[in-house]
Structure formats: C-alpha cells, structure tokens
Design a protein around this ligand. Structure first.
Ligand SMILES: CC(C)(COP(=O)(O)OP(=O)(O)OC[C@H]1O[C@@H](n2cnc3c(N)ncnc32)[C@H](O)[C@@H]1OP(=O)(O)O)[C@@H](O)C(=O)NCCC(=O)NCCS
Length: 228
C-alpha cells in the first residue's frame, strides 16, 4: 500500500518520528512554507466583513447622492471596491510572506545550529519521506524550565492521520528529559486545526490579543501553555 497517497489512517508503526538531520533541510522548509501560505484565505475571510461593512455604508451614501449625480459613479465605486478587495488580499499575502521569510531566514536557516543544546526539531517520516515537523526551543527569551513549541506543520496530503499527535508526543518526552516543566506556544485564531490539536493534547489558552498589524487586527493572536 502506498502510504503517501492513502486516505486511510496510518498506524503508528508506519510513521517514523526521529530527530532532524541536515538532509531534511529543504523538505522541512517546504512543509513549513506550505502550512503557512494556506492561511491567506482564512485570514481574508476573517478580516473582509469589516471592509464590506464600511464599503456598504459608503455605497448607500453614494447611491443616495447619485439621484442628483449620475449612476456611473456607483458603477465606478463598485469597480473601486473590487480593486480594494484585491489590494487587501495582496496585503495579507505580503504580510504572510514577510512572516514566512522571517522564519526561513532565522531559526529555519540553519536548523541544526538553532535547535541544539536542549532545543530540538523532530520530523515525521513515512516511506522515507519527511511529511511533518515540530521544534522545541529553549533560550534566553524564555524563563528557565520553559520550552517553546515551534514550526508545527504536516504536509497537506498527510493530515488527519495522527502525525502531529505523534510529533507532539515525542516533543513532550524530550521536554521532560530536558527538565522542562512548561511548554508554551503561540498561534492565530485562524489556525483552527492546530488549536484543536493543542487543546486535545492538554494545552490551555493563557493569553489572547489582537494581531499587532492594523490591517489584521481582527485576527486573534493566541498563546497556549502545557504544564508537564
Ligand atoms: C495543525 C496540523 C499540524 C495538524 O496535523 P495533523 O497531522 O493533521 O493532526 P493529527 O492528525 O495528529 O490530529 C490530531 C488532533 O488534532 C485535531 N485536528 C487536526 N486537524 C484537524 C482538523 N482539520 N479539523 C479538526 N480537528 C483537527 C483533532 O482533534 C485530531 O485528533 P482526532 O483525529 O483524534 O480527532 C496541520 O493541520 C497543519 O500542518 N496545519 C498547517 C500549519 C499550522 O497551522 N501549524 C500550526 C502552527 S501554530
């Protein structure tokens, strides 16, 4: 059976969870990028209603005024709305790409170098192919005994097969070996699959605030923690 294409759940023995090695570099960066890029549509769905509301109010005002002016103004305005929608989507995509390239050029640039001395990336391998990853980072930005779960991602075609759960299990075992007593993570409100996964594992919401960028302020930024 080709486990990379099957839609049936995988058995734990079909998935090999192991520490990252340098030959996984390209696949890990691709899996992370794919996982983040797909957030553009859900973010758009979340922020769009506010712009539609503002545009509708302006349209009503313009329609009222166009009894005296001419209806082509309304037509022109609708074209403008389409252009603004496209610009909004592009803006969201650019913000996402900035985030992705920030990660690819920081901790994911030299993964072995970043995740060492008590930090580690685990990958999930199925039939010799890397299909998922997760990292645990310790560092000066965190209190002693606290580790941060980062870069959780599973290839799109391999989701809902229990791979992320296995990665988390391995991460928790490693964290305990490192005497970590709390794992923290941050995510956004549109990453619903990830939030369900984290809650299932036992993470609890510790803080939430609007995303720092004005254009994305409807997007909740959420922090979770798991006591070990
Ligand atoms: C989040 C993600 C890593 C989950 O990977 P996965 O291998 O599909 O997850 P699993 O199959 O191990 O699922 C574990 C649990 O998570 C929850 N879950 C995962 N995907 C879900 C979905 N699409 N809808 C609802 N619940 C979901 C379920 O509770 C599931 O348990 P169950 O199957 O027993 O119901 C994957 O969807 C992904 O890579 N998303 C894009 C990247 C991302 O958002 N990363 C998080 C960064 S903070």
């Amino acid at each position: 059976m080709d486990m990379l294409t099957t839609t049936s759940p995988l058995k734990p023995r079909d998935v090999f969870i192991r520490p990252y090695k340098d030959s996984d570099h390209t696949q890990c960066r691709e899996i992370f990028t794919e996982g983040m890029q797909q957030l553009a549509n859900p973010i758009m769905t979340l922020v769009y209603p506010r712009y539609v509301k503002i545009a509708s109010i302006i349209l009503v005002l313009i329609s009222a005024a166009s009894f005296r002016w001419s209806p082509w103004i309304v037509g022109l305005y609708l074209i403008l709305c389409v252009v603004m929608t496209a610009l909004l989507y592009i803006d969201i995509y650019i913000e996402l790409m900035k985030f992705i390239s920030g990660c690819l050029n920081s901790d994911l640039l030299d993964i072995s170098e970043t995740y060492k001395d008590g930090s580690k990336v685990f990958v999930a391998e199925v039939q010799g192919q890397v299909v998922g990853m997760v990292g645990l980072l310790q560092g000066p930005h965190l209190k002693p005994g606290v580790g941060e779960l980062q870069r959780m991602s599973v290839s799109r075609t391999m989701r809902r097969k229990g791979i992320a759960k296995l990665l988390c299990k391995e991460l928790v075992i490693f964290a305990k070996q490192q005497n970590i007593n709390k794992i923290v993570l941050s995510t956004t409100g549109v990453q619903t699959a990830a939030i369900k996964l984290y809650k299932k594992i036992g993470f609890q919401l510790s803080d939430t605030f609007p995303y720092p960028q004005k254009i994305l302020e409807e997007l909740p930024y959420e922090c979770y923690e798991l006591e070990l």
